[in-house]
Write a protein that binds this ligand. Structure first.
Ligand SMILES: Cc1ncc(COP(=O)(O)O)c(C=O)c1O
Ligand SMILES: [Zn+2]
Length: 441
């Protein structure tokens, strides 16, 4: 398994601590972030705009020194903080003055107690929807971009970029606009109109690539290794270790909103798998810090059948994720070669969760189910998580007697085509007779 992971990374134009063309080890203070550590071999390098291990090409992630924290003091400090992700600044790789810099300040979104949906699905242990459509650009991507922006600032980049399935492009555009950065982002050319407009409206450059997300990502990896991309901060490539940490804030918020308590089960969408792995990291950190009681939790991954490389590997009992060519309406999750796929498999198996997928039809049904029961209009990724939750309950895999949190990571207004069949109940003349004739009384 390890060999395969390395091969995947080594085949990209990898920017390691040795090959980085930018200021590799600037003297920046990123709070408790102590170093970058290889997830495969544990090799450590100083903080910098690098993402792959110089020893084994494994992915780098942030290692922290939290030893100075006292649990009670930290909890009080967080609770007194702002109603956005910066309340968790002591646990993130950010400079001390982060709150004074222009940032779109995402987070602290609603944790909706979904009693109506719980009744429909037969959940008795408490069902919650973490509704991240409430972020500034209406997806969870604002969380990760906010981190990457601060890293870009610390490392002296002035252009922000990314490869995106849609939501990330919008989040980068907005964050760059507010912070005074140039942005140039890359997406598959055939995304939903809502995603394209959302990415373009902030005034940055938006480039459609003839190909799928995996082609876009490959192109960006090449651009990073080329002089044309010099000085660019690609939020999900050379700034990926910082970007990825933003997803931890979902785990922090869920636990804090539950009264500093771990949920028993979480259902999380998977595209690259980064979000799911960092939610697990965030939960482990809260336990290690003594902010929540150490109890078992299960993480379930959700994919669309038309792009289900991780769930296919999970069901086959494999450690390696075989790439697929995506074909699904859940375009935000359409990554056929997910970078964090093997780590997702590890987490699902370690925690006693699972990875499951649903058809496009089930995605649409689930979008309508969530809207009808809870008044939450999810994008297709939310249809995937709700649909998978339903399927896992029906199959006896998810325990309905346990506290369960389902993530909705994006807004239905960006994927209107998915529910295009819904519309007017009737068209009538402006008369009471006509209203009666329509059979609505
Ligand atoms: C709405 C939405 N949810 C979930 C994801 C999955 O993110 P990750 O790549 O971290 O698995 C994405 C990724 O683009 C997304 O746009
Ligand atoms: Zn390594």
């Amino acid at each position: 398994m390890r060999k395969m992971r390395r091969k995947g990374l080594a085949s990209m134009a990898v920017q390691t601590a040795e090959t980085a063309t930018n200021t590799t080890n600037p003297a920046v203070d990123l709070g408790p972030a102590a170093a970058l550590s290889c997830r495969e071999c544990g090799h450590k390098v100083p903080l910098g705009p690098v993402f792959a291990c110089e020893e084994c090409f494994g992915p780098l992630e942030i290692a922290y020194d939290f030893s100075a924290y006292d649990a009670d003091e930290l909890r009080k400090r967080i609770e007194a903080g702002p109603a956005n992700i910066w309340r968790y600044a002591p646990l993130l790789p950010v400079p001390a003055d982060v709150a004074t810099k222009p940032n779109i300040n995402p987070g602290w979104t609603k944790l909706v107690q979904a009693d109506n949906l719980a009744r429909e699905l037969g959940v008795t242990g408490g069902l919650y929807v973490k509704d991240d459509s409430g972020n500034p650009t209406h997806s969870f991507k604002d969380r990760v971009v906010a981190q990457a922006l601060e890293a870009a600032r610390a490392f002296g980049f002035t252009t922000l970029s990314c490869s995106s399935t849609g939501n990330l492009a919008g989040a980068v555009g907005a964050a760059a606009a507010r912070a005074g950065f140039r942005s140039c982002v890359f997406i598959p050319h055939d995304l939903e109109q809502g995603k394209v407009v959302m990415a373009a409206v902030y005034g940055g450059e938006l480039v459609g690539i003839e190909g799928n997300y995996d082609d876009v990502n490959r192109f960006c990896s090449e651009l990073i290794g080329d002089p044309a991309g010099e000085g660019w901060g690609f939020v999900n490539v050379n700034l990926r270790p910082y970007y990825a940490e933003g997803s931890k804030t979902l785990a922090y918020e869920i636990c804090e909103q539950l009264g500093w308590r771990l949920p028993d089960q979480l259902v999380v969408p998977i595209a690259s798998g980064s979000q799911l792995t960092k939610i697990d990291k965030g939960l482990k950190e809260l336990i290690a810090l003594g902010l929540v009681e150490d109890r078992p939790y299960k993480i379930f991954g959700a994919q669309a059948e038309g792009c289900s490389p991780v769930s296919t590997a999970y069901k086959a009992g494999h450690d390696v994720v075989r790439p697929q060519k995506p074909n699904t309406i859940a375009k935000s999750l359409a990554i056929g070669n997910p970078a964090d796929g093997p780590y997702v498999l590890d987490i699902a198996r370690r925690t006693g969760g699972a990875v499951e997928d649903v058809t496009d039809e089930q995605v649409v049904d689930a979008i309508k189910l969530l809207a009808r029961t809870e008044g939450i209009f999810a994008e297709t990724a939310g249809g995937v998580t709700v649909g998978v939750t339903k399927k896992l309950i029906e199959n006896g895999v998810l325990d309905p007697s346990l506290t369960t949190v389902v993530l909705n990571t994006g807004d239905g207004l960006k994927t209107l085509d998915a529910v295009a069949g819904t519309g007017l109940t009737a068209t009538i003349r402006p008369t009471l007779d006509s209203f009666r004739e329509a059979g609505l009384v």
